[in-house]
Design a protein around this ligand. Structure first.
Ligand SMILES: NC(=O)c1ccc[n+]([C@@H]2O[C@H](COP(=O)([O-])OP(=O)(O)OC[C@H]3O[C@@H](n4cnc5c(N)ncnc54)[C@H](OP(=O)(O)O)[C@@H]3O)[C@@H](O)[C@H]2O)c1
Length: 355
């Protein structure tokens, strides 16, 4: 099969934090694509980026960009996706959207291929949504456990990386770290880190030498938008509309890779041994659970890898139907670009079957 026989892909947002990882993935995964078009804002038009070992010029987003495109990935802010994904779909492309614009639209499937790949085939608006990175860090492992044990309730706390706030988040954390590095006194007096850092970037408090219990915008009842996404998106992906979910989302001074502490309650009693067997056999999951020998997932080890890593699996001391676990996943790979690439590949296979 030549490239001319394969579907044409558009990557909208190719210059961003997620887009950059997407180009790397497209260069290293099985090549199912013919032409790959790189699209960003007018600010980036003319810039050359490398994909599949070749330089490709970035073009400014316009209606013409989608002529002849079979699949269009959107790695752009919500408002840009909200406007342009329907335009791409109207031009005949299947839009795979990484933003939050369509995730809870009942006519848009929210897809994690390891959990609900078949949902990608039913897309009345021609759009498929990719879940948010925090939900994606846990849902592959939870999907495998749910299939056997029946999930009833989740209580989770996240430890989210700076790159979850895009390239500006990474830049801000690196600048803040440079400002506090070398001091032997910062972090010992109220407000000293705040004053030393000065500019918090996209975060509501300093992230260097700190943790920040806030991600997203304020919603009813004091919940953050990120916490509601974890609840609503988990319910939709797992087809459990009444799943009880309580999340606290926290930003930590990690560049990339989100972590989650998960308390999961099941319909059935569960042993650590059975949970280990399920997790060890689950596609897209790596079990890393031997604390005696220092084996548990940490962001520093997990960053740059594809799977969800699970460790610290314990049966709840007070409930034999519940497990406590720690999970890590690269928020720019499975949490964003990889899951989008996997969905796009599912669509490419479907288009190939139809041709
Ligand atoms: N970071 C994560 O962990 C993560 C995880 C899951 C989902 N997401 C979602 O993925 C999307 C991209 O996030 P990111 O972290 O990659 O953001 P980012 O680093 O800020 O990149 C944004 C991208 O969007 C492009 N863009 C912005 N405004 C545009 C416009 N008006 N027209 C065309 N292109 C425009 C930018 O192009 P220029 O370079 O030309 O400005 C850039 O390529 C967001 O919706 C985000 O919520 C992010």
């Amino acid at each position: 099969m030549t490239r001319n026989d394969k579907p044409t892909l558009a990557v909208v947002g190719a210059t961003g934090a997620v887009g950059t990882v997407m180009l790397e993935l497209l260069s290293n995964r099985q090549d199912v694509w013919g032409e790959i078009r790189l699209i960003a804002s007018a600010r980036s038009a003319g810039k050359k980026l490398v994909v599949r070992g070749e330089e490709v010029e970035v073009v400014a987003l316009s209606e013409e960009c989608f002529e002849g495109v079979d699949v269009a990935m959107f790695d752009v802010p919500d408002e840009v996706s909200a406007h342009w994904a329907p335009i791409a779909a109207a031009k005949g492309a299947v839009a795979v959207d990484n933003s939050g614009a369509f995730r809870m639209d009942p006519e848009v499937p929210l897809v994690v291929p390891e959990v609900n790949a078949a949902a990608a085939r039913v897309r009345p608006r021609g759009i498929i949504a990719n879940p948010n990175c925090t939900t994606l860090t846990m849902v592959v492992a939870l999907g495998a456990l749910h299939a056997e044990l029946g999930l009833k309730e989740l209580v989770v706390a996240s430890y989210q990386a700076a790159s979850g706030a895009g390239q500006p988040g990474v830049d801000a954390l690196r600048e803040q770290l440079a400002k506090v590095a070398g001091s032997s006194t910062l972090g010992t007096q109220p407000g000293d880190v705040r004053r030393a850092v000065g500019d918090f970037g996209p975060f509501p408090a300093p992230l260097a030498l700190n943790v920040v219990p806030w991600a997203g915008s304020l919603k009813d009842g004091g919940w953050s938008s990120e916490e509601l996404k974890v609840r609503n998106e988990s319910r939709k992906i797992l087809s459990l509309p009444n799943l009880k979910v309580s999340a606290t989302c926290v930003r930590v001074p990690v560049i990339t890779t989100h972590s989650l502490s998960v308390h999961a309650v099941f319909e059935n009693e569960v042993s650590v041994q059975r949970a280990h067997e399920i997790l060890a056999g689950a596609p897209g999951v790596v079990l890393c659970d031997d604390p005696e020998n220092g084996e548990f997932p940490t962001p520093a080890d997990v960053v740059g890898t594809d799977p969800t890593w699970v460790g610290r699996v314990r049966q709840s001391l007070d409930d034999p139907f519940a497990l406590d676990m720690f999970m890590c996943g690269d928020n720019l790979r499975k949490g964003a670009a990889l899951n989008t690439a996997q969905i796009a590949e599912v669509v490419a296979v479907e288009l190939g079957e139809r041709a």
